[in-house]
Design a protein around this ligand. Structure first.
Ligand code: AMP
Ligand code: MG
Ligand code: MG
Length: 269
């Protein structure tokens, strides 16, 4: 971005990649592979050669805060080879190319078998107490760090959806839900943060388009505080390494089951 040249390539219709996407993925995958050689790591940008990744990019220091927590019983026996890590090196690329850098997140989701169990949502461009960027992590049975969650206003019903990939089906669903307000922003990660910040009650995108790397980390972070992310019929996605990467049933997420149920009931009707 500082160079004034983002290196934009069109991967498909309405689907962009920049040098930042491939560079961030190389950094994340090289570092994780060094630490967890037996885990399966799947990145949005596919298999990229890692031979030009600088050594200092792969130094990971452990997060002291999370190491002080107790590992949930059901995860104590997990082996490295049972883990699948879903990496979206830059979520909200469309917005990034338009200079809307506040919508950009980096998503790293960890699955054990079918289930999303841990997630990181990093906001690289947000100013946070004088430092650039903040990192939010969440794990079911452990909690959430790096962020103060807030309840949404119970007297309102605010929805968040895509800014750049909406369609007739999404608009119809939004109408059925009859919200007080619709916040249209980029990225699945940023929309999950709007739920955690109490700025929206539900994330509604009932159409294909997002992929497993968009939802694994948000689902795990939401789960850490009792939130929920499913397809638009209420079915959980599998994050197993062999799964189809496309979230064909769309996305329905909420900070509480109550708001999730409210959307499902309206759709069923
Ligand atoms: P959005 O809410 O539109 O920012 O989308 C969230 C994530 O899903 C981003 O990584 C988008 O690139 C991806 N996505 C959503 N819809 C589509 C689509 N129709 N084609 C390609 N990617 C999509
Ligand atoms: Mg994405
Ligand atoms: Mg991406």
């Amino acid at each position: 971005m500082a160079k004034g040249e983002l290196g934009i390539v069109e991967k498909g219709k309405n689907d962009l990649q920049t040098l930042a996407d491939s560079s961030a993925q190389k950094c994340i995958i090289a570092a994780l592979t060094k630490c967890y050689p037996k885990a399966t790591i799947i990145g949005e940008e596919g298999q990229l050669a890692l031979d030009d990744v600088p050594e200092e990019w792969t130094d990971i220091s452990p997060n002291d805060e999370i190491l002080k927590r107790t590992c949930p019983k059901d995860l104590e026996t997990v082996k490295e080879e049972d883990i699948t890590i879903w990496v979206d090196p830059l979520d909200g690329t469309k917005e990034y190319t338009e200079g809307l850098v506040g919508h950009v997140t980096v998503l790293i989701g960890m699955a054990v078998g079918d289930n999303a169990v841990g997630g990181i949502i990093h906001q690289p461009f947000v100013d946070c107490n004088g430092t650039k960027g903040r990192t939010i992590w969440g794990m079911k049975g452990v909690g959430l760090g790096g962020f103060d969650v807030r309840q949404p206003d119970p007297s309102k019903f605010i929805l968040t959806t895509s800014r750049s990939h909406s369609n007739e089906q999404v608009e119809k669903a939004l109408k059925i839900l009859n919200p007080d307000e619709v916040i249209r922003v980029g990225g699945a990660g940023y929309k999950a943060l709007l739920l955690l910040e109490g700025r929206a009650h539900a994330y509604v995108f009932p159409t294909p388009g997002t992929k497993r790397w968009d939802t694994c980390a948000p689902e795990a972070v939401l789960n850490a505080v009792g939130g929920i992310l499913t397809d638009s019929k209420g079915q959980l996605y599998s994050y197993d390494r062999k799964t189809d990467v496309n979230n064909r049933g769309g996305v329905l997420a909420a900070y509480t089951k109550e708001y999730h149920d409210r959307c499902l009931a309206a759709f069923n009707q």
